[in-house]
Design a protein. Structure first.
Length: 263
């Protein structure tokens, strides 16, 4: 994951002060946004970086109300990118939100016509498509709770990327603190190095493949039915032969199949 020169690394993305939750995050009421900003400004001891934000931008951070237009999304992302407190989680959130607006079938065409396309947005925030896709995947797969925990546990973005293709449910692995044998001991995914994560991932993948290969195939009996017409010469021939040598119904069927397949 690229970052600006001299910017703190991912593991340092921890807030100096907690952001208050809005009473109703979905409200559009300007009064509640203003009150939330005033409350935050009067109680927080954070000198930076939140005080560098405009009132509008800070209200979005506090109320978690994301913009719905191209310019607003670009401006908000740039504000988030410029600060380093909880910015990783918030960047994942805003990019997943933008991805949904730009690319969701129900809004995509109208949004492109009025605001511009997805590639234009990606270009304006200065990221590649692969970088944005990774942020979006982080949010969609792990969600806010696990991303906050990842930051607290100093689980880097490169390690999170390994968990996106984990052979087991990565959310359960992180929530349960599941351990795996690594070297002489056991470690959680939070404790492993990137190379250890890759090694365990390969081991789990190989084990999953072996289970599929070794799974015994269950053979089911095949039901086969042959219908004869009343005047079918084959049926008459079989009936005559059965009367002559006292054949059982099974023999009749076997003979029918043999003759049928030789036709």
């Amino acid at each position: 994951m690229s970052r600006k020169k001299n910017a703190p690394k991912f593991s340092s993305f921890q807030a100096n002060g907690a952001l208050p939750e809005a009473t109703n995050p979905n409200t559009d009421a300007r009064g509640e946004k203003v009150d939330a900003v005033k409350k935050f400004s009067s109680t927080t001891s954070v000198a930076n970086p939140y005080q560098s934000l405009s009132a509008t931008s800070l209200s979005r951070v506090v109320t978690k109300k994301l913009p719905e237009n191209m310019d607003g999304l670009v401006q908000y992302y740039n504000h988030i990118d410029a600060i380093h407190a909880t910015s990783f989680v918030e960047k994942c959130r805003v990019l997943a939100h933008a991805n949904a607006i730009f690319r969701y079938e129900g809004t995509r065409d109208g949004f492109r016509q009025e605001e511009g396309g997805w590639l234009e947005f990606v270009g304006r925030i200065g990221l590649s498509q692969s970088q944005v896709s990774r942020f979006v995947s982080f949010w969609n797969v792990f969600g806010e709770e696990l991303l906050v925990r990842a930051v607290e546990e100093e689980l880097t973005a490169s390690k999170l990327a390994e968990l996106l293709s984990w052979p087991e449910d990565p959310r359960a692995v992180m929530l349960e603190g599941r351990t795996y044998q690594v070297g002489d001991g056991e470690k959680t995914v939070y404790e492993m190095t990137r190379e250890e994560l890759r090694e365990v991932k390969r081991m789990l993948g190989d084990r999953k493949e072996r289970r599929v290969i070794e799974q015994p195939s269950v053979s089911r009996p095949v039901k086969l039915r042959i219908d004869f017409g009343d005047d079918d010469p084959l049926l008459k021939n079989l009936q005559e032969r059965a009367e002559e040598d006292g054949s059982s119904p099974e023999d009749i069927i076997r003979r029918a199949l043999e003759q049928y397949l030789r036709r």
